[in-house]
Design a protein around this ligand. Structure first.
Ligand SMILES: NC(=O)C1=CN([C@@H]2O[C@H](COP(=O)(O)OP(=O)(O)OC[C@H]3O[C@@H](n4cnc5c(N)ncnc54)[C@H](O)[C@@H]3O)[C@@H](O)[C@H]2O)C=CC1
Ligand SMILES: O=C(O)[C@@H]1CCC=N1
Length: 292
């Protein structure tokens, strides 16, 4: 059921193409891994759009997603024939193969939305028939809880209506912003990978609680609620992070003792270097995808 179609599908003639395009609706999520599932679960929970299907290379994974979300699993040929929006959620290393399989099956009546880190719209466009609209999106996994951050950029053939369509899709699972594509590698390093940095910091703080003798469950509860409360303050207070931090930092108190250690260990510089490395990797993934 989840087997992929062959790359040598016959090309439709012009008349057949527009008839086929008129009959398409709905969304195919191609690649049902971690981010594919995060988007799928949010979209299903929000009840839309109509006609969501999944294409997944692994039959076991395909069966799991179908059972969990009640969506049909189609092969690529069926999905491209039936769905107007094709959301590519495979690894950057797999995008070239996938585009090769899709090339004979898509036309300008489709909208291709790619979440592959680093992969420029130009690389996707070059692998597909001329004129296919492509929107590049960098989502993140908090889409699973409707708190995603998705950032969109239009390719050469995507107009405002295509961006609106992609935005409506992603807005079902969180906030959406639009940027020029040149900023997408930085976006990937910040909000795409960002949840992992926060989980890492939370892990370290829970470890600290355990070192100080607290039960793990208690330490986790304290830190997770503190992270949530801090995030809501950052979002809603209108204050700069420095002001919020200063309000916690009493003269001669506990917080300044901790902040001095963070500065002494270069945590600020480490975070900046880490995000710079993620940016460099996104650029590299894009170059590799072009060469494949
Ligand atoms: N995991 C994350 O937090 C985020 C990931 N991304 C991007 O999303 C993409 C997917 O990432 P993950 O979900 O983490 O990877 P993953 O490895 O969990 O999922 C990829 C899935 O695609 C499937 N697949 C590969 N080739 C296929 C094909 N030809 N047809 C159908 N299915 C195919 C694989 O079997 C796998 O289940 C990557 O390009 C990544 O850069 C973007 C934002 C956040
Ligand atoms: O680690 C990665 O490459 C993907 C892209 C952004 C988040 N996860």
């Amino acid at each position: 059921m989840s087997a992929q179609g062959s790359a040598t599908a016959p090309q439709p003639g012009a008349g057949e193409e527009s008839t086929a395009a008129a009959g398409r609706q709905g969304l195919a999520i191609i690649g049902g891994g971690k981010i594919g599932e995060a988007l799928l679960s949010g979209l299903v929970r929000r009840g839309g759009p109509d006609g969501i299907v999944v294409c997944e290379r692994s039959p076991e994974r395909a069966a799991e997603l179908s059972a969990r979300y009640g969506v049909p699993v189609l092969d690529l040929a069926e999905a491209a024939a039936r769905c107007r929006v094709l959301l590519l959620a495979v690894k950057p290393q797999d995008i070239g193969t996938l585009l090769g399989l899709l090339a004979g099956r898509v036309d300008p009546g489709h909208l291709v939305v790619s979440v592959a880190a680093g992969v420029p719209t130009g690389t996707i466009e070059a692998a597909l028939p001329d004129g296919v609209p492509v929107v590049r999106v960098m989502p993140n996994t908090p889409a699973l809880v409707d708190e995603g951050m998705s950032v969109l950029s239009a390719g050469a053939h995507a107009d405002e209506a295509h961006l609106d369509e992609a935005e409506a899709l992603l807005a079902a699972v969180g906030r959406v912003r639009r940027v020029p594509e040149a900023q997408q590698d930085a976006v990937t390093a910040l909000s795409g990978s960002g949840p992992a940095y926060f989980f890492y910091l939370v892990e370290a703080m829970i470890d600290a609680g355990i070192l100080l003798g607290l039960p793990r469950a208690l330490a986790a509860d304290l830190i997770v609620q503190t992270a949530l409360g801090s995030a809501v303050m950052l979002r809603d207070s209108g204050e700069h992070p420095v002001q919020l931090r200063e309000a916690v930092t009493s003269p001669g108190g506990t917080t300044i003792a901790a902040i001095r250690e963070l500065e002494r260990h270069g945590v600020r510089a480490a975070l900046i270097a880490a995000i710079e490395a993620a940016h460099a990797r996104s650029v590299e993934l894009g170059r590799d995808a072009k060469d494949r």
